[in-house]
Design a protein around this ligand. Structure first.
Ligand SMILES: Cc1cc2nc3c(=O)[nH]c(=O)nc-3n(C[C@H](O)[C@H](O)[C@H](O)COP(=O)(O)OP(=O)(O)OC[C@H]3O[C@@H](n4cnc5c(N)ncnc54)[C@H](O)[C@@H]3O)c2cc1C
Ligand code: SF4
Length: 508
């Protein structure tokens, strides 16, 4: 009997479990650009365009490989508007009654498939280096689920960057050699850019018409949209940027959006690149003497460690993870996250590049937009939705643990052993934003004092009961307690005043 083979927009990989389990002489591949998926949050136009263009090209690749592909475009009048609706329509059209599907990366869609009135076989997504069972086996019985130990196990299990039973280079982690402050100049061109071809141009026009008011600039559009291009983008990164990736991993520059980052997460997450091949390319660069171990280990840790780990947490914690809010934060997300004016240079630049590129690198996400939202006490679910909307690489399995857990501490410390909060001093050390900011990073109180400086103490003070016993935060509380009482009162009053001004919609 004929079956439908569902291929979702972030499953663009020929080795996909559902394709592997299907018979190309008989089964029918279903791919669809549906409104439900494009609108459940108001995605950045570049993200929608990237996915639709990559889907259309992948459908052609499958047709060339002999598959019968039924592809529905967004503007097709027969489009049912949802994944399940499209499956039902194609089932009627082909007489198929069963569906082979690869597990989606969001509980929302898993539920939708489970409730679809067809027999849906959900197969585990094998594009990851750790299966659910691998992660659960590692996590079982542990008091704390720290990434570093998981990562070492993954190194052993995959043999990546290993010399026999030992870590290559003699250490598991070279982070102490990384995290240098921002360089004065970045001497590379940045990620490889692709001119829109006919397929991409057609999609850009469609997205422009269909999503005119979503936050973000659609053009210029330069992402890779097929596997061959994504591989070229990876090659460019390995050749140019990887050698200095470690050194400047945490740096931020006012006039350089990408520094030495790979800008490949959107390709990995959509299936155009596979994690193992990316790690192997980096390892080969080290073995050939092209890139130093601190860069290569640091890079591989992000993919083999963090990426696999956050996925494990997402599926282990379950669907309610995205609603957690242990700190009880309730403030609305300030308007400047959507491009309204702010005098805080670091935030203005991070949001500006997010609007233009649907991209910001890790430290901008964690220590600028994330840090500010946490310090200001923004409701984590709103923060979560913002990140899901604005980044081209955002899918719940990877975005939610990074936002709810790592960045907002809303899960109570499953991922982070302490909240990622900092005053302006950290941003000043790692970037050149403060040099052209209306606020002064060295001013702790009074007119023009950096808001991060005020909010940092306000955060620590309001969450004292929860955090003062945390040994990693003891020093912060000692410093706060050493300040004289008047000064502490001034800091808290100015922080409250600043937050009131945000709530009143004033430009801050
Ligand atoms: C608040 C917040 C939200 C985030 N949301 C997302 C998201 O929606 N989608 C996403 O893919 N990443 C997310 N990340 C992780 C990270 O910021 C991005 O993966 C990275 O910035 C992508 O850019 P790049 O390809 O240039 O990465 P590089 O810095 O060059 O790193 C290489 C690769 O490592 C992987 N990686 C690095 N850090 C992480 C991490 N913490 N979790 C998972 N993978 C990681 C990515 O695949 C990335 O492509 C988030 C991080 C934070 C702090
Ligand atoms: S002074 Fe404060 S607000 Fe301004 S860029 Fe520096 S950290 Fe950001």
């Amino acid at each position: 009997m004929r079956r439908l083979v569902l291929v979702l927009g972030d499953q663009l990989c020929e080795g996909l479990a559902a394709l592997d389990a299907a018979d190309r002489t008989r089964d029918v591949v279903v791919m669809a650009e549906v409104r439900d998926e494009a609108t459940y949050v108001r995605h950045h136009p570049k993200k929608i365009a990237f996915l639709f263009a990559a889907m259309r090209k992948f459908a052609d690749t499958l047709r060339d490989a002999g598959w019968d592909v039924r592809y529905t475009r967004l503007d097709d009048p027969a489009n049912a508007g949802s994944i399940c609706g499209e499956l039902l329509r194609r089932a009627e059209e082909t007489g198929a009654q069963e569906v082979l599907a690869t597990e989606p990366g969001e509980w929302r869609l898993i539920r939708a498939l489970q409730h679809c009135p067809l027999k849906v076989h959900l197969l585990e997504d094998r594009r990851f280096l750790a299966s659910h069972a691998d992660f659960d086996r590692w996590a079982e019985g542990r008091k704390s689920l720290r990434m570093e130990y998981f990562y070492r196990e993954m190194r052993r299990a995959t043999g990546l960057l290993m010399e026999g039973a030992n870590p290559a280079g003699g250490q598991w982690n070279f982070d102490h050699e990384n995290r240098k402050p921002a360089p004065d100049e970045v001497a590379i061109e940045g990620p490889l850019r692709f001119e829109p071809d006919e397929t991409v141009s057609e999609v850009l026009d469609l997205v422009e018409r269909a999503f005119p008011s979503n936050f973000g600039r659609l053009r210029p559009f330069w992402f890779a949209t097929d596997r061959a291009q994504a591989l070229q983008a990876l090659d460019r990164f390995v050749a140019d940027a990887l050698p200095r990736f470690g050194d400047y991993q945490d740096a931020m520059l006012d006039n350089h959006r990408f520094l030495y980052h790979a800008v490949i997460s959107l390709y990995l997450n959509a299936g155009l690149l596979e994690p193992r091949e990316v790690c192997e390319a980096a390892e080969a660069a080290w073995r050939e003497g092209h890139a130093p171990i601190n860069a290569v280990e640091g890079f591989i840790r992000q993919i083999l460690g963090w990426r696999e780990y956050v996925r494990g947490i997402y599926f282990r914690e379950g669907p309610d993870y995205v609603t957690r809010n242990v700190l009880g934060h309730a403030r609305a997300l300030p308007a400047f996250y959507w491009g309204a004016e702010t005098r805080m240079r670091c935030l203005a630049k991070a949001v500006e590049q997010t609007r233009d590129e649907a991209y910001a690198h890790h430290i901008q996400r964690l220590m600028v937009t994330g840090n500010f939202a946490l310090l200001a006490g923004v409701e984590p679910h709103q923060v979560h939705e913002w990140y899901l909307e604005v980044y081209a690489d955002a899918y719940e399995w990877v975005e939610a643990p990074n936002v709810i857990g790592m960045s907002q501490f809303a899960d109570g410390g499953i991922i982070a052993s302490k909240p990622y909060v900092s005053s302006g001093a950290y941003i000043s050390r790692m970037s050149d934003y403060c040099r052209s900011c209306a606020y002064s990073v060295t001013k702790k109180t009074g007119k023009g004092a950096c808001p991060f400086n005020l909010l940092y103490w306000h955060f620590l003070d309001r969450h004292r009961a929860r955090f003062e016993g945390n040994p990693r935060m003891a020093q912060m509380y000692r410093t706060w307690d050493r300040m004289d009482e008047d000064r502490r009162a001034t800091v808290l009053a100015e922080a409250r005043d600043f937050l009131d001004r945000i709530d009143a919609g004033e430009t801050v």
